[in-house]
Design a protein around this ligand. Structure first.
Ligand code: SAM
Length: 259
């Protein structure tokens, strides 16, 4: 069965602009649009036998009343950078203003927002997401999320979101088309302190990053490829990466392939 066969979309209220967005999304990822007509979400879910119901609200898109966009740690990380403090991911990326970044595993775009803040208006961040639900949540979240600092909102606006699998997208790119290619694949064992990722786990793609993808990423990257991982994982070793950075006591590390 198609994974989206039991997923549908409705609106929080029967307002035209919300209905337009819901219809657009239903066409884009090929899910059923169900007019709200004052029914409870619970009732719609049981009537149509749905596993997940997306709801278009004024300020966000939500799944099953539990999963929605939030910039999460991007907010304090940008604050720290503004104070002149170091961010381990940015350090591993060796990123600066004007750089072009390809984030192959966008998720809720927390890392992409921080990268976008650093590269600034002259730079570029493209984020790829293969899970249709996460793609829509993040695409609309980046567009409509209004809280947070101006720096954070500007950074969010400058991210281009693409619904695709990184294998397909990388294959179609020219050599050296981005300065930096980044991967933050789902960890095999979840890192429990990362509450931001919790909601996303149910809908994510758990594809393993193979050597063939890494060699494509190296072809596409002008400067380096960076892969985030758990310190206790063997994945980076298996991929042949031995340049590793990350805080001495941090459970998170970054594997780096420089060119
Ligand atoms: C750990 S999350 C990324 C979190 C992200 N760095 C952030 O800061 O919010 C990994 C994401 O990559 C997506 N993903 C996994 N494999 C993918 C693939 N082959 N192509 C595109 N996206 C993929 C998952 O669906 C998930 O949303």
């Amino acid at each position: 069965m198609n994974e989206l066969e039991k997923v549908a979309i409705t609106t929080s209220q029967s307002r035209d602009h919300l209905i337009d967005i819901a219809r657009d999304i239903s066409q884009e990822i090929n899910i059923k649009y169900i007019p709200r007509q004052n029914q409870t979400l619970k009732r719609i879910k049981s009537q149509y036998d749905l596993t997940h119901l997306l709801v278009v609200r004024e300020d966000k898109i939500q799944v099953d009343d539990e999963f929605f966009f939030h910039p999460g740690m991007a907010v304090p990380r940008i604050k720290m950078l503004k104070k002149g403090l170091e961010d381990p991911m940015i350090r591993a990326m060796n990123l600066g203003p004007g750089d072009k970044v390809l984030d192959c595993t966008l998720g809720l775009a927390n890392d992409a927002i921080v990268a976008s803040f650093v590269v600034g208006e002259k730079g570029e961040v493209v984020g790829l997401e293969s899970s249709p639900i996460i793609y829509e949540i993040t695409k609309w979240g980046l567009k409509y999320y209004r809280e947070g600092s101006k720096d954070c909102r500007n950074a969010m606006e400058n991210i281009k979101v693409v619904f695709t699998n990184y294998e397909i997208y990388l294959n179609e790119l020219w050599d050296n088309s981005f300065d930096l290619v980044y991967f933050d694949p789902m960890f095999d064992i979840p890192y429990h302190k990362s509450s931001g990722i919790k909601g996303l786990r149910k809908y994510a793609n758990y594809q393993k990053l193979g050597k063939h993808v890494l060699s494509e990423a190296l072809r596409v990257a002008r400067k380096r490829v960076v892969i985030k991982d758990r310190r206790d994982s063997t994945r980076l070793q298996e991929l042949g990466i031995n340049h590793i950075e990350g805080g001495k006591y941090s459970p998170i590390i970054y594997g780096i392939f420089s060119k």
